[in-house]
Ligand binder design. Sequence first.
Ligand SMILES: O=C1O[C@H](COP(=O)(O)O)[C@@H](O)[C@H](O)[C@H]1O
Length: 244
Amino acid sequence: MTERLVVVHPDQDVLVAAAAARFLTRLSDVQAVRSPAHVVLTGGTVGIKLLAAVADHPARDAVDWSDVHVWWGDERFVASGDPERNETQARDALLDALPVPADHVHPMPAGPGTPEDAASRYAQALRAHAPDGADVPAFDLLLLGMGPDAHVASLFPGHVALDAPGSTTGVHDSPKPPPLRVSLTFAAINQAREVWIVAAGAEKAGAVAAGLASQDRAQAPVSAVHGTERTLWLLDAAAASATP
Ligand SMILES: O=C1O[C@H](COP(=O)(O)O)[C@@H](O)[C@H](O)[C@H]1O
């Protein structure tokens, strides 16, 4: 049975600092028992602040970064190096400061071709690092931001991509710009050992409440994600304010 834990911090700054400490502890604990560690990053406001806090954390070097593989849960399908890309923001906030080998960093492709082409290439990369019989690595930690509409990764309410088969999907007509995206599917996300949903701000309060209460992934995609071992909701008080 997977454990679900909801942790509420007083404000966004404390949330980000505490999540950064937790992130480093998680990777360090994983490295005490297996190698390599696989972490999946998210984009979004709090997701990128969290990475910047990891970069500034005094315990940053508690992790052997040379033995970490870095993946993404979703990506905006724009040109490589575009500041809108989750990859670009993560490199700026954290990865450029770390000795992660270049071939351990696995950004979702920016092109050429369509989001479906990129999704298919990413599925191949994931499979190449997956255990026998699996299509994705057993991610040790998968971070997710969440939109005010309860979307996670690029899985939006009512969108056809919610039902995509396989481990990755191209996304067209995203309700949040940019319209073209690439995303892990629920099936891929839910193979992670730990999934952390990180959300701050009153504008997320309704989505948090719906996500914790609902079983309806078409309305609240966040309600359908979980880790195989643990699911953490890391919130600030404002984001938790509509949850009993
Ligand atoms: O577009 C995206 O948005 C979500 C949430 O972003 P936020 O700014 O509301 O925190 C993010 O999780 C996702 O990775 C990203 O592509």
